[in-house]
Design a protein around this ligand. Structure first.
Ligand SMILES: [Fe+2]
Ligand SMILES: [Fe+2]
Length: 437
């Protein structure tokens, strides 16, 4: 059906909107929509990550053939396009007109959203969900609260400090431990005041600078989880420092090996498996035996049942912080984009963590961790079992798979999924948030 939208839209660029050549295609499009509307309450296209979906079904051919439509959806900030029963040919024509409208050169004040323009034109049966990526939100004045701005600045400082610390460790130079402690203390203080701001922060992924981003994300995830477990500020500070130092040994692994897509050779794998020991040794040289970071660096890939690496003495009980960091580590690795693959959605990552419970992870902690990060985090874009798209408004701690959601096509309507038969079929995106118009 995307091909019909595109064909009609292109013809409407050449002919006036009520020209028979345009009308012919509009009617064809309308018939196609009506056909599907006989089977389901709405026809909803979702455009996420450059891909077109009909509900949750990816339309691979349409995505490949209609790149222009995907690009247009970005320009128009259109992430969902929904047709409801009763849609008319006149409404279709107005939609095509708006899709073809060039952006104004100069905008005085705020430009009306696509949805607002549709409503202005009296279109009632076509809805457009306006979603924008978090990074684009940076550009929208006033879209980021002062607390979020401060958290982002803290994150940038943390990234710099991790970079410096890891490079010093690699070179065998003394690290500025005090600085690391001050930075972690600042994060702990801010995070205990407002956890939500920091939850958003771990959604920022940057595969170009993977190792350092990973380390900062792991520290923030570990601190959020530690705070949910009820650890006091002092314990959280030492957990934070340990998490910041957990991959100290990574810099001793060649960079191209860290980025290598696909399977590693036995030799490469052996080299990779050295990083916990290398890291622990670096930290041991810096601190002697007093630092908890040494245990965490050594144990973070050991696995709960000790089947991981390096090999541990039978019966060894891993430090609580190692078990926390190990969960945060795997979660961040699974949900991050790499140069060779897309990161998983939180619901898939949560399923993998629960599947590894008792083997890779401490079972009690794994369950609590999934509750802490949320299967469907706040602001995640989800597809519902009835075909509609929604944004997670609030997670229900007693039932993490049935949060309260806001429907994208009826922004003001919040549904508590615990109280309906509607479920979530899958998470579509986490880096998208609704723009309130
Ligand atoms: Fe590691
Ligand atoms: Fe790691």
């Amino acid at each position: 059906m995307i091909h019909l939208i595109e064909a009609a839209r292109k013809r409407a660029q050449i002919y006036p909107s009520h020209h028979p050549a345009v009308e012919e295609l509009v009617i064809k499009l309308l018939r196609a929509v009506e056909e599907i509307l006989r089977l389901r309450p709405v026809v909803s296209f979702n455009i996420a990550h450059g891909e077109i979906f009909l509900d949750e079904i990816p339309l691979t051919t349409a995505t490949l053939r209609h790149k222009e439509f995907v690009e247009l959806s970005v320009v128009k900030a259109m992430s969902t396009l929904t047709f409801e029963a009763g849609v008319t040919d006149e409404e279709m024509t107005k939609l095509l007109g708006l899709l073809n409208k060039r952006p104004a050169d100069q905008i005085v004040g705020r430009e009306a959203s696509f949805q607002e323009k549709l409503t202005e034109k009296g279109v009632e049966h076509i809805q457009v969900g306006a979603l924008v990526s978090l990074s684009e939100l940076n550009l929208l004045e006033g879209a980021i609260t002062p607390a979020e701005q401060e958290a982002r600045r803290t994150r940038d400082r943390a990234l710099e400090l991790v970079w410096e610390t890891y490079n010093h460790l690699l070179a065998g130079k003394a690290i500025d431990y005090e600085n690391v402690e001050v930075m972690v203390k600042g994060i702990v203080r801010a995070l205990l005041e407002d956890r939500q701001v920091y939850r958003h922060l771990v959604d920022i992924k940057d595969y170009h600078n993977y190792t350092f981003n990973h380390v900062v994300n792991v520290a923030v995830l570990a601190l959020l989880f530690g705070a949910d477990l009820g650890l006091n500020a002092e314990r959280l500070e030492s957990l934070g420092v340990a998490a910041f130092l957990h991959d100290a040994g990574k810099l001793s692994v060649p960079a191209d090996l860290l980025k290598k897509p696909g399977k590693l050779t036995d030799e490469e794998w052996a080299l990779m498996q050295q990083h916990p020991v290398e890291g622990a040794q670096m930290l041991l040289e810096q601190f002697g035996h007093q630092n908890i970071g040494i245990a965490v660096a050594l144990e973070h890939h050991a696995h709960y049942d000790l089947s991981g690496y390096p090999k541990m003495a039978t019966g060894r009980r891993l430090h609580l912080f190692s078990r926390i960091v190990s969960l945060s580590d795997v979660y961040d690795a699974l949900t991050s984009d790499r140069s060779y693959r897309r990161g998983m959605m939180p619901d898939q990552a949560a399923a993998i963590i629960l599947a590894g419970s008792g083997k890779d992870f401490d079972p009690a902690l794994a369950k609590l961790f999934v509750q802490s990060v949320g299967v469907y985090p706040q602001d995640a874009v989800v597809l519902l079992t009835n075909g509609e798209t929604a944004i997670v408004h609030e997670t229900n701690r007693d039932d993490p798979v049935r949060p309260r959601v806001r429907l994208t096509r009826r922004e003001n309507e919040i549904i508590d999924l615990r109280e309906t038969d509607i479920g979530i079929s899958k998470c579509v995106d986490i880096s998208l948030v609704a723009v309130s118009s």
